[in-house]
Design a protein around this ligand. Structure first.
Ligand SMILES: Cc1ncc(COP(=O)(O)O)c(C=O)c1O
Length: 393
């Protein structure tokens, strides 16, 4: 069986040994210096001023929307567009935090929203922000999306949980909006078992993300910012500051285990991405160009595709069902993420008006006719040949 995930970490045994020694010798395992260290390293890797580490990618999404609400960049009942094909916890925080979640259809050949699909929504609905998902390492015309957002005064935020390391026009995905989220869940590009982060260049947003991450207090802010917020609230007592809660938050803190794992996995990230990219480049032409059984996918505009799974969209549902049977007990496969999110039970329950009014016909094709298989950096030559035979033979 070719499984989606082959190991918890890259360089599994060595990492597990280092982790055991770390746990045995660590003085502190709750949030501390290892988390701070990984934040600095990841911000540098991504090319962003700030990285705020969280306990999952879902938490990163939740914290980001809450932080934008707290600093007033998004207000109650504002309308937020999201990629119709995405993960549940990209959309759920939008609904949970009192905002209107509007699906934007994707393009079949990039699996991503485009300036055209955004314009289609803008014909009937104005958008305050767009929470764009770079699905499975791909993107559409991001430059065009950025220009459109600037023109229409739409705040752009990026869910990069499936695209860490993809490069478009010389810049990593996750560097095109005010902030971007990442997941470090097992099987994603970089594993800390569970984990996630928000990256941004915006100082105010980064400070608020740290407040949102932990109870609404100032405990994990740099000291200059602690002084500023205490002064702003006329708080002169260090004792009282310990339990002063400035704004709405959660407890989404990672542990030192997350931080430590991040610091020892990050040095492998180029190797991981390179191996996955090589697998993708080897299989993609046979899947997307040499057969008419599937919809072709275009990725020439992307400098480097970094994905952890390879999607296939069949021309018919029957074809997809045949592939599902062919993979049985042979290759582990999944639907393409959440498919058309607007047709998921939670969305129909909480946003019935938009689940009906936006058609998302391409997202529906992905839902009914798509699947993905794992693109693991440890895939062997024999496994690559088997994948080729099943999907492109
Ligand atoms: C696009 C997207 N956003 C968010 C998440 C949530 O990340 P996590 O599993 O770390 O909570 C995922 C998970 O796979 C995802 O694919």
């Amino acid at each position: 069986m070719i499984s989606l995930t082959k190991s918890t970490f890259y360089n599994d045994v060595d990492t597990a040994q280092k982790l055991s020694s770390f746990v045995l010798s660590a003085k502190q395992l709750s949030f501390g210096e290892q988390c701070n260290k990984f934040e600095e390293q990841f911000a540098q890797y991504q090319g962003r001023k700030h990285c705020v580490l969280m306990n999952s990618g879902s938490s990163a999404n939740l914290a980001l929307i809450q932080a934008l609400r707290n600093i007033g960049k998004i207000k109650l009942n504002d309308t937020i567009g999201f990629s119709a094909v995405t993960w549940s916890t990209n959309v759920m925080p939008i609904i949970q935090l009192g905002l209107a979640a509007v699906p934007i259809d994707i393009e079949l050949d990039t699996l991503n929203i485009s300036p055209q699909t955004i314009r289609k929504v803008l014909e009937t609905t104005s958008l305050k922000a767009i929470f764009l998902t770079h699905l499975l390492g791909f993107c559409d015309d991001l430059q065009g999306i950025r220009e459109l957002c600037a023109q229409e005064k739409i705040l752009l935020i990026e869910d990069t949980c499936e695209a860490l390391g993809s490069v478009y026009h010389g810049n990593k995905l996750g560097n095109f909006g005010i902030a971007s989220t990442f997941s470090f869940y097992v099987g994603h590009h970089l594993s800390t078992i569970e984990g996630g982060a928000v990256c941004t260049d915006d100082d105010e947003l980064a400070t608020m993300l740290r407040i949102v991450r932990a109870h609404g207090w100032d405990r994990n802010l740099p000291s200059a910012e602690q002084s500023a917020i205490r002064q702003q609230h006329s708080l002169n007592s260090i004792f009282e500051s310990r339990y002063t809660f400035y704004d709405l938050g959660f407890n989404l803190r990672p542990t030192e285990i997350t931080g430590y794992l991040g610091t020892i996995q990050l040095p492998y990230i180029h190797e991981i991405i390179q191996k996955r990219n090589q697998n993708f480049i080897r299989l993609a032409p046979a899947i997307y160009e040499q057969t008419d059984k599937y919809y072709p996918l275009h990725y020439d505009h992307i400098d480097l595709v970094s994905n952890f799974a390879i999607p296939i969209v069949c021309r018919t549902r029957k074809q997809r069902d045949l592939l599902v049977s062919a993979c049985n007990e042979r290759i582990e496969i999944r639907p393409i993420v959440g498919g058309n999110i607007a047709s998921q039970p939670f969305f129909c329950k909480y946003v019935p008006e938009f689940s009906q009014s936006f058609k998302n016909s391409n997202a529906s094709i992905i839902h009914d006719q798509g699947l993905y298989f794992g693109n693991n950096p440890l895939l062997t030559e024999i496994e690559l040949q088997e994948l080729h035979q099943v999907f492109a033979g």
